[in-house]
Ligand binder design. Structure first.
Ligand code: NOJ
Length: 532
């Protein structure tokens, strides 16, 4: 196997959800200039790269994952010049920048979809999307029984201006997100050109949205009654996910990325069946990394986590790819809240951070996890913007609770997210006063201080440690592993304090410690890094 020299193999990549990161112009929404101004704080945190969620021209029917122009910045997020300044500032600070590419669907406001709607069935303008006649009398029923991931049918019927119904189009997500037809060479050419557009501007890579969804079974077969894919659910084989044809696309994209100087990373968002199916996206000549969602959804349980860790490392190792670790993103409830109520969730999240950052490979952090932010579960209904809310008939609240704007400093909402008099697009809880970055910077026991210390130590560790781990003997519900050069990570996932059979220096602990006498005692839901 080649030595792994590309930057992403051990990188910590920080996800910036642009709309909620920092608002420079007071319109209530984050923007690229806001990101640029705050980059020094991410450099100080100690991450290696940032991933920016979509900032392209978009009606924001799905938070920008509904792109109307892939080669321009939405005015609410800034301009191309702002983007260029952001890249330049990031590179000056030694931070790489990855951006999203959204190839499964466009916005219905995209010029291609508008042309498709204005043209007639059978015309080439329609052939960029998946239009089909309906079934049943008058074509009144959708072409098949696929369901939108956000709820309701995955097909919407077009109507002529006079109201006459005609063909249906497929949208695996919102009706404003028509799926492209990747059997059409024009679609390939377009996206290859989009990649080059941003690579020419200096991006260090792409996060490929719904990487497993681009190719559909051409027969568009019905799925079993009751079967339906959740965004987070790769557990079922479906005729619109993980089809073999997607891999041809990524072989071409790999060649494009490789034709640019420096190492440009391609990262898959692929919710597929298991670690082995994920690793197929990472075979030599395809994508470079994939989010480890099996790790993200694992419960706070030693055996479950150890199983995921072993399966991930084995499957990725088989194809020579690096493994990634991720606990949260903009699509899932924040892990502080997932892991438990009240203080328990935060305690576990802090321990999980030390576990995650000690594992071999690359880690993705979601903005705000370094502050220990919880999910906001009580957003008023009128504030909810995720299409899931309406499409599910107001039964699923959706993902806004993890997208609440970040608290930076000060005593009153919006805590420096934007100007004091600018109302943020989602309300920021008063209780986040003690969670601002400024407040936590001043506190050596804060979650921010823990992450900062962990990232500093991790740099040294990953420069010397092997890309594997060794499990060490441990009491039940405890994970202990070594990474060479005397580095050991121990995590107590049980409800009791345990003594661990190791002597050594505690480098870092997820909870404040007083005295470190041997044998080492680990309180419940606590992790330590040791030099033994
Ligand atoms: C995955 C993105 O992370 C999510 O936010 C989006 O809704 C879907 N893809 C559709 O683009």
């Amino acid at each position: 196997m080649q030595p792994k020299s590309e930057w992403w193999h051990s990188a910590v990549i920080y996800q910036v959800y642009v709309r909620s990161f920092a608002d420079s112009d007071g319109d209530g929404e984050g923007d690229l200039t806001g990101v640029r101004r705050r980059l020094p704080e991410l450099a100080a945190l100690g991450v290696d790269a940032v991933w920016l969620t979509p900032f392209y021209v978009s009606p924001l029917a799905d938070g920008g994952y509904d792109v109307a122009d892939y080669r321009d910045v939405d005015p609410r997020f800034g301009t191309l010049a702002d983007f260029d300044s952001l890249i330049a500032s990031a590179h000056d600070l030694g931070l790489r920048v990855i951006i999203d590419v959204v190839p499964n669907h466009t916005s219905s406001a995209h010029r291609w979809f508008r042309a498709a709607v204005e043209s007639e069935p059978g015309n080439p303008e329609r052939a960029r999307y998946i239009f089909r006649p309906g079934k049943g009398p008058g074509g009144d029923e959708p072409p098949n029984n696929w369901q939108s991931i956000f709820g309701g049918p995955a097909w919407t019927r077009l109507k002529r201006p006079d109201g006459t119904p005609e063909e249906w189009y497929l949208h695996l997500f919102d009706a404003e997100q028509p799926d492209l037809d990747w059997s059409n060479p024009e679609v390939h050419e377009e996206f290859e050109d989009v990649l080059r557009f941003w690579l020419d501007r200096g991006v260090d890579g792409f996060r490929v949205d719904v990487a497993h969804g681009l190719v559909k079974d051409p027969a568009l077969p019905d799925i079993a009654p009751g079967q339906r894919a959740d965004l987070l659910d790769g557990s079922t084989r479906l005729p619109y996910f993980d089809q073999d044809g997607v891999h041809d696309i990524y072989r071409r994209w790999n060649a494009i990325a490789a034709s640019y100087p420096g190492d440009r990373a391609l990262v898959a968002e692929a919710w597929v069946e298991d670690a082995q199916r994920v690793a197929r996206y990472l075979r030599p000549g395809e994508l470079h990394q994939a989010f480890n969602f099996e790790y993200l959804v694992a419960p706070w349980d030693a055996a479950a986590l150890r199983g995921v860790i072993d399966r991930s490392l084995a499957a990725n190792g088989d194809v020579g790819a690096t493994t990634t670790w991720v606990l949260s993103n903009h699509d899932v409830p924040r892990h502080v809240t997932r892991f438990g109520d009240g203080g328990t969730g935060l305690r576990r999240a802090r321990a999980a951070a030390l576990l995650t950052l000690a594992l071999p490979g690359s880690a993705y952090l979601y903005q705000g996890e370094e502050l220990g932010l919880p999910e906001v579960t009580d957003l008023p209904e009128e504030a909810l913007q995720d299409p899931t809310w309406e499409r599910s008939g107001r039964t699923r609240r959706g993902r806004d609770g993890c997208r609440v704007p970040l608290p930076w400093e000060g005593e009153e909402p919006p805590f420096g997210f934007g100007p004091a008099d600018a109302e943020p697009w989602l309300p920021v809880p008063e209780e986040w006063r003690s969670l601002t970055r400024a407040a936590q910077r001043a506190d050596p026991d804060s979650t921010l201080s823990l992450y900062t210390a962990a990232l500093r130590l991790r740099r040294g560790l990953h420069n010397t440690a092997p890309s594997s781990l060794t499990w060490l003997e441990a009491p039940s519900d405890v994970l202990i592993f070594g990474r060479g050069a005397g580095f050991v990570c121990a995590v107590n996932l049980s409800e009791q304090a345990v003594e661990i059979p190791l002597h050594g220096e505690v480098l870092l602990s997820s909870e404040p410690r007083s005295g470190d006498r041997a044998p080492l005692s680990l309180p419940p839901d606590t992790a330590v890094w040791l030099r033994v």
